[in-house]
Design a protein around this ligand. Structure first.
Ligand code: IMP
Length: 421
């Protein structure tokens, strides 16, 4: 499986795209259309929010597991857009019957709440929190519910009524857009039913037949509902253990967990970014790395590589390997820093990621600064091709995380990757 080790946007889409070549099934296990996986194929750019990135590899089966919240409108728009760009999608996508539907009213509620919140999370506005709340509150609507027309109609009616009440309590109004969106969602019912499947069963049968499966995480470890910087997190378990639950298999069936880290750190949305905060570095990395959100277009905050977080991610996810992405973004920098530990205002320093998000906002990391390489790495295809200082930087990341580097990405294109033996 592939899991993000920072605050999302680590470049998982690219790694999934490269590895999808050698697997039979790619499955997503959590999140919804808040994800934004950018993949470059030749000169074409694809941004996928709801459909697994594996779809760009002909013949691969792509699944959305029960842990995903399915935004049907977004899903169908994305599906149709892929078809219009000559990607063969029919027969290749399956959606868990146990997945919950993210309804148009969840989006409306998400935005209304964020607009009025005193302390904003900075959500993507895609309805994620409200959809998972209804799932945990046992009021959600699952794909399987669509089979029974009366039951489905009743669940939708109840959901709309509940949402309108909550919206009124928030002093909001959707101006009739909700009824329109609901009508469209209901009209897509048959289309959804034709894709419904048991993802756990499909995956286990494939594994038993000797096939290969890739589980594709969205967001990152620091956005995990349990292990991230709560409450500035998403509403699902983004970490490795969530993958088994999220597709319906036992954890013993997962034998490789590759964590993706960017060669520096970024964050979009609110909440602390310990290695950020230097305005000049923030701007420099954002411009060099094109760090603007794939889903919302928001500028991402940028900072140096955070070894405390990466080491924590290695532990929480039980990583067997690392993929380091966007190394080339650092090519022109004379010096590069790495956050080694967090120091609190009272002088206490730690290398363990703290649970208290609000004190995390006050830490000053202790940095180690290493020389840059000031050479173009975008043409490197082996570790030996890399400048000596770039190799030293990777060695240091490997040492600090205690995790072997398996892949290094040096550009947006599929071929711009180093496979480490
Ligand atoms: P939500 O998932 O839309 O509820 O947003 C919660 C937090 O997760 C916000 O800080 C978002 O910016 C962040 N977030 C959600 N999805 C992504 C993603 O794919 N990449 C980066 N940040 C994300």
């Amino acid at each position: 499986m592939i899991v993000g080790c920072q605050w999302g946007d680590e470049g998982k889409g690219k790694i999934v795209d490269v590895l999808a070549e050698d697997v039979d099934i790619v499955a997503r296990y959590q999140g919804g259309a808040n994800a934004g996986h950018t993949v470059h194929v030749g000169d074409d750019e694809f941004i996928l929010h709801q459909i697994p990135s594996g779809i760009l590899h002909g013949g691969k089966r792509c699944l959305l597991g029960n842990g995903v919240v399915l935004d049907l409108l977004q899903f169908c728009d994305e599906y149709d857009a892929l078809v219009s760009r000559d990607i063969q999608v029919d027969g290749r996508v399956g959606i868990s019957e146990r997945a919950h539907l993210l309804m148009p009213y969840h989006r409306v509620l998400d935005r209304a709440r964020e607009d009025r919140a005193a302390e904003k999370i900075g959500t993507t506005g895609r309805g994620i929190g409200p959809a998972y709340e209804e799932k945990a509150g046992r009021r959600g609507i699952r794909v399987a519910d669509i089979r029974n027309e009366n039951r489905f109609a009743q669940l939708v009616e109840d959901g709309v009524a509940r949402a309108k009440d909550r919206l009124a309590a928030l002093g909001g109004d959707d101006g009739g857009a909700l009824d329109q969106a609901m009508e469209r969602t209901l009209s897509l019912r048959d289309r959804l039913l034709s894709l419904a499947t048991d993802t756990g069963l499909e995956i286990v049968e494939a594994l038993d037949a000797g096939k290969h499966v890739l589980l594709e995480g969205a967001q990152g470890t620091a956005l995990d509902l349990d292990h991230g910087t709560y409450p500035f997190v998403t509403s699902s378990n983004t970490t490795a253990a969530g993958a088994a639950t999220g597709v319906g298999i036992g954890p013993t069936r997962i034998h490789e967990v590759v964590g993706v880290v960017k060669a520096y750190t970024t964050r979009v949305g609110n909440g602390p970014l310990p290695t950020g905060g230097d305005a000049a570095i923030d701007e420099k990395l954002r411009q060099l790395g094109g760090e603007f959100g794939a889903t919302t277009g928001r500028p991402r905050r940028c900072g140096w590589f955070d070894a405390v977080l990466a080491r924590y991610a290695a532990r929480v996810n039980g990583l067997t390997g690392l993929a380091v992405t966007k190394l080339d973004v650092l090519d022109t920098l004379p010096e590069i820093s790495i956050g080694l530990e967090y120091c609190f205002p009272d002088g206490y320093c730690t290398r363990e990621f703290p649970a208290d998000t609000f004190t995390l906002g006050s830490v000053a990391p202790r940095f180690e600064t290493v020389p840059g390489w000031e050479e173009d790495t975008t043409g490197c295809r082996t570790l030996a091709d890399l400048p000596r200082n770039a190799r030293a930087y990777l060695d240091r990341i490997q040492e600090l995380t205690g995790t072997p580097i398996r892949f290094v990405s040096v550009g947006t294109r599929r071929d711009q990757i180093i496979f480490v033996d």
